[in-house]
Design a protein around this ligand. Structure first.
Ligand SMILES: CC(C)(COP(=O)(O)OP(=O)(O)OC[C@H]1O[C@@H](n2cnc3c(N)ncnc32)[C@H](O)[C@@H]1OP(=O)(O)O)[C@@H](O)C(=O)NCCC(=O)NCCS
Length: 447
């Protein structure tokens, strides 16, 4: 895919600098390069320091962490002396879109710039290179989790799924009508490594919820690496229903006081194929002895924990946060990959602005072309057109509606989208809505 867009700003005197190219065109202020595997550890240390996430990792930790650095996907920017000043990496994944198809996706992570080299355009240069590289690989989208909400919008990322933070009183009683059945068993960490990746893949294969992604081997190796004593104990449980293993949860426990029982179980991961398995795992967690509460971060907005409890106030929402930040790299392919709601009438014309990818910039027609069926989508999506449009937005605004998280009417009302034809707004709401029974967008994988 071709790129367009503005040049990076001039470097400050101590920022990395490259001379103009022979044809006289200005070069980016910072020269981004692919890092060699031997440099990944330095990149990891730089990222950890940028995030204030502790010192360099020890050899045992690194032996497993390095597996999550995919070759050919870790970028860096150097100081003039050759020391690394900034880095960003991704791993190849796939994103579930409305209707259940999965599109190739870059999972972007470990983005950091040395504190003494920030605000000189290094991230801007890294992002441009990384997004172009992902698009050249045929990846339809890139997603990430943002440490701060003001960083990534300028690069075309928009919040495409959100999650709910919960604190549930331990021992809370379940209503008699809560789905039930099945067994829960604890796993030793050594048992989890061969079991959880395939169980997660089975659950993912059955879901039509927009947002979940494929987890690669490196992700699992990093997450299931042996714990250090400072990390606290990890718990792992699997739920078995009538068709075999159908859900799992992982957690750690932290002390909130000095007495027995003053503990909070912090949920890490909970994925399940059925409502019975979801309820069974929550019932198990809330029934563990010597806990004060179970807390969970960025759970699906529609997860019915409170609906299962005799006292729904035992489940407190402590926050709602952004989860998936989505950058659409190939808008025609992304629009062809998802299914659309029934809206009737003429096809909808949306003008999309994208300063980086010329193929995205133009009018996209929804409702006139074949789209995804049975998880497969057309390989020759309709290119952007010229001409008038009913609605207009930039690629960030499109990402906010793409999985079904934000309705076009909300985005028009808040100024993210412009409506040239008011009658198009309710039709856009119907078209963009995720299929009724699939659930609200949610990913559930932190990276
Ligand atoms: C976030 C980070 C990578 C930005 O790197 P950087 O090289 O300073 O970014 P750039 O200089 O390319 O910034 C580009 C623009 O984004 C803005 N920006 C960058 N980081 C920002 C932030 N945290 N908050 C608000 N604006 C920010 C800059 O001001 C600049 O805008 P301007 O041109 O209008 O001044 C860097 O500050 C960092 O490493 N932070 C700590 C680690 C972290 O949070 N990493 C992200 C993990 S998801």
């Amino acid at each position: 895919m071709s790129t367009t867009g503005t040049e990076s700003r001039e470097p400050e005197t101590d920022a990395p600098h490259t001379p103009p190219s022979p044809d006289g065109a200005a070069r980016p202020a910072a020269e981004v390069r692919l890092l060699e595997p031997g440099e990944f550890r330095a990149a990891h240390a730089l990222f950890g320091a940028a995030l204030h996430a502790g010192g360099p990792v020890d050899d045992d930790h690194w032996a497993l962490t390095r597996l999550s650095y995919a070759p050919g996907r870790t970028f860096g920017v150097d100081l003039p002396a050759g020391t690394l000043a900034g880095t960003a990496m991704s791993f190849g994944s796939a994103l579930t879109v409305p209707g259940g198809a999965r599109v190739p996706m870059a999972a972007v992570t470990r983005v950091g710039v040395r504190a003494d080299r920030t605000r000189r355009g290094l991230l801007t240069a890294l992002m441009r290179e990384q997004l172009t590289d992902a698009a050249d690989r045929g990846e339809v989208a890139a997603t990430l989790r943002a440490s701060e909400a003001r960083i990534y919008g300028r690069f075309g990322y928009g919040v495409a799924s959100r999650g709910r933070n919960l604190r549930v009183a331990a021992g809370a009683r379940f209503r008699p009508h809560t789905p039930s059945g099945g067994e829960v068993r604890l796993l030793h960490p050594e048992e989890a490594a061969p079991l959880l990746p395939s169980l997660y893949a089975r659950i993912l294969g059955a879901t039509t919820r927009p947002g979940p992604i494929v987890r690669d081997e490196g992700w699992w190796a990093h997450v299931l690496r042996p714990r250090r004593s400072a990390d606290g104990a990890r718990g792992i449980a699997v739920h078995t229903g009538p068709d075999g293993d159908d859900g799992f949860a992982t957690w750690t426990v932290r002390q909130e006081g000095t007495d027995f029982g003053e503990n909070v179980l912090e949920l890490g991961d909970l994925h399940a194929a059925t409502p019975q398995a979801t309820a069974g795992l929550w019932r198990f967690l809330l029934g563990i002895d010597l806990l004060r509460a179970v807390s969970a971060h960025l759970r699906p907005l529609d997860e019915p924990v409170d609906l299962h409890l005799e006292d729904p106030r035992a489940c407190r929402t402590t926050g709602i946060g952004d989860e998936t930040w989505l950058r659409l790299l190939d808008v025609p392919a992304a629009l062809a990959a998802r299914t659309w709601g029934e809206a009737g009438g003429e096809p909808l014309r949306i003008r999309v602005h994208d300063a980086l990818f010329a193929g995205n910039d133009g009018v996209h027609v929804i409702g006139a072309h074949p789209t995804a069926t049975n998880g497969a989508y057309p390989t020759d999506p309709a290119p952007a057109e010229d001409g008038p449009a009913d609605l207009e937005c930039d690629v960030t605004g499109l990402a906010m509606a793409y999985l079904g998280d934000r309705r076009p009417s909300e985005l028009v009302a808040s100024g993210w989208w412009t409506a040239h034809d008011r009658a198009a707004v309710p039709r856009a709401d119907q078209l963009f809505a995720a299929p009724a029974m699939s659930g609200v967008p949610w990913c559930g994988t932190f990276f």
